[in-house]
Design a protein around this ligand. Structure first.
Ligand SMILES: [Zn+2]
Length: 411
């Protein structure tokens, strides 16, 4: 059988599970040596390797999940650079780019992104797609075709990222109905300065529309270094007034970090109580927010992953933009994100909660069948890299093999 095989590898302790857990040896960086056997694309056996045998020279991860991307604008930097590197100019260049958009340009960017993501080791991606009134309708049908075309390799989930006003319009209603058929999500932006009363009305309409079609909402919210948590507080107020139980994701939530410690934990509890999920996006936040061309600012707002986890919020860490006006770097490589996010956010790779935010929480966010913990019966969906320690993974010259449903992926 092509989709059967076995490997002897190291694997982070929090990323596997089997019945007889009593004799597992874990090294001081949190790796265990295991033998994994798969048949017909599923793991049939996993067992701990004896300490005395020579240690494996490869490290195994489940294939990765990206919680927040922007396929529609990736690689547009060349034609639409943002040399000021701040949020305001990113937005104005983004709007210039919209004027030149054609379905072909957007679909080419999306397909290039997909191919890179698959060969770098992703198995699922939630991507936002800019959505506006004058948009060519063919963009959406082309994107839904791409989702089907690549479904064997990668699960794609779209968020229609519109101004909140759009979800109060008849066009918004039509698209929401369409999104429901394709497992899509309603998206919007709530970033200061905004009029609170108007924001409450628009959020109300968006929540009601989501309820009507049984959809989720993912907002770019509080992506700012001012008015800490203003958007999230307005959102919570609206949710409570409507007694809404629409599933919500708060992407960015950066300005929360500007609150006092005590307030962060209190807000975290409010989010957890309503099962609101958060995605921290350190790369774009560090790049765009609180920019100072002369002095390097100490204050670098990004969702406080550790405090939110301590308040039992399910926090994912995502990449956000790739080579567009919002961020000039990146190439849909999970190890690029890992290599920067860990030192930026002071996350230890040997801690379970760090890997949870990068691997298991995004799997839960996208409601995937598998949360990424390797065990009997799980899909043989792995990324195997050369190395024996975390330093080998963050070396910048990683060599990887991708296994998809038990078969080695060839580009
Ligand atoms: Zn984004």
């Amino acid at each position: 059988m092509n989709n059967s095989g076995k490997v002897e590898v190291l694997i982070p302790r929090s990323l596997f599970s089997f019945d007889n857990q009593s004799h597992i040896h874990v090294d001081n960086e949190g790796f265990s040596a295991v033998k994994i056997i798969w048949k017909d694309g599923k793991v049939t056996n996993i067992k701990s390797l004896n300490k005395e045998v020579s240690l494996p020279k490869e490290i195994l991860f489940p294939r990765f999940v990206e919680s927040h991307a922007h396929f529609d604008k990736s690689f547009s930097w060349t034609n639409f650079p943002n040399f000021k590197s701040n949020y305001e100019n990113a937005l104005s260049v983004n709007l210039e780019e919209h004027i030149t958009r054609t379905p072909k340009k957007v679909l080419d960017r999306a397909e290039k992104s997909l191919n890179l993501a698959i060969s770098n080791g992703y198995r699922a991606i939630r991507t936002h797609i800019d959505t506006y009134y004058s948009q060519d309708k063919e963009i959406w049908s082309g994107l839904f075709d791409l989702k089907n075309k690549y479904s064997h390799f990668l699960k794609l989930q779209f968020v229609a990222l519109a101004q909140l006003e759009f979800w109060s319009s008849s066009d918004g209603d039509i698209l929401a109905r369409e999104l429901k058929l394709h497992n899509g999500i309603l998206g919007g932006v709530l970033v200061p300065p905004f009029n609170k009363r108007k924001a409450e009305v628009l959020l109300t309409n968006t929540l009601l529309l989501a309820k009507k079609y049984n959809l989720e909402i993912d907002l770019h919210i509080d992506e700012s270094s001012v008015s800490p948590a203003a958007g999230i507080r307005t959102l919570i107020k609206t949710i409570d007034r409507l007694k809404s139980n629409v599933p919500i994701t708060c992407s960015h939530s950066s300005s929360i970090l500007c609150l006092k410690e005590r307030q962060i934990l209190k807000l975290g509890k409010e989010l957890a109580k309503r099962n609101i999920k958060v995605i921290a996006l350190p790369l774009t936040n560090f790049w765009l927010l609180n920019r100072d061309d002369i002095n390097m600012p100490l204050r670098r707002p990004v969702a406080p992953v550790k405090q939110l986890q301590r308040s039992f919020v399910d926090v994912s860490i995502g990449s956000d933009n790739v080579q567009d006006p919002w961020y000039p770097f990146g190439d849909f490589d999970p190890f690029y994100l890992f290599s920067y996010a860990m030192p930026m956010l002071q996350l230890n790779p040997w801690d379970r909660l760090s890997l949870s935010a990068l691997i298991n929480a995004p799997s839960r966010l996208l409601k995937l069948d598998w949360d990424g913990v390797v065990m009997e019966g799980c899909p043989a969906d792995f990324v195997i890299v050369k190395g024996k320690a975390w330093a080998d993974i963050f070396s910048g010259k990683i060599s990887r093999k991708i296994l998809i449903n038990g078969e080695w992926y060839k580009k």
